[in-house]
Design a protein around this ligand. Structure first.
Ligand SMILES: [Zn+2]
Length: 87
């Protein structure tokens, strides 16, 4: 349990600021922030459960080949809060 992000068993509610990147068998890949997933009504509890039900937006199949979880650090939100948009 040394690794904070043990694959599969990580609870989504504990990593709202992370981004889940998934690769499909067809070669398509994409990332989604966990926080955006948590807003949905029926969300799997763990990363493993989520990946199991994810569907590729290109081939429409549930053939996730691999996935990785990255930490974005919430820097975007911090930036929004402290700086004004200048275009
Ligand atoms: Zn696909």
């Amino acid at each position: 349990m040394a690794d904070g992000l043990k694959r599969g068993g990580t609870r989504l509610s504990t990593i709202p600021r992370h981004t889940l990147w998934v690769w499909c068998q067809c070669g398509h890949n994409g990332g989604v922030t966990v926080s955006s997933l948590l807003d949905r009504p029926n969300v799997p509890k763990t990363v493993g459960e989520l990946v199991a039900v994810m569907r590729c937006s290109r081939c429409k199949r549930q053939t996730i080949k691999d996935y990785v979880i990255t930490y974005s650090g919430g820097s975007w939100e911090a930036l929004q809060g402290t700086r004004k948009q200048d275009g």
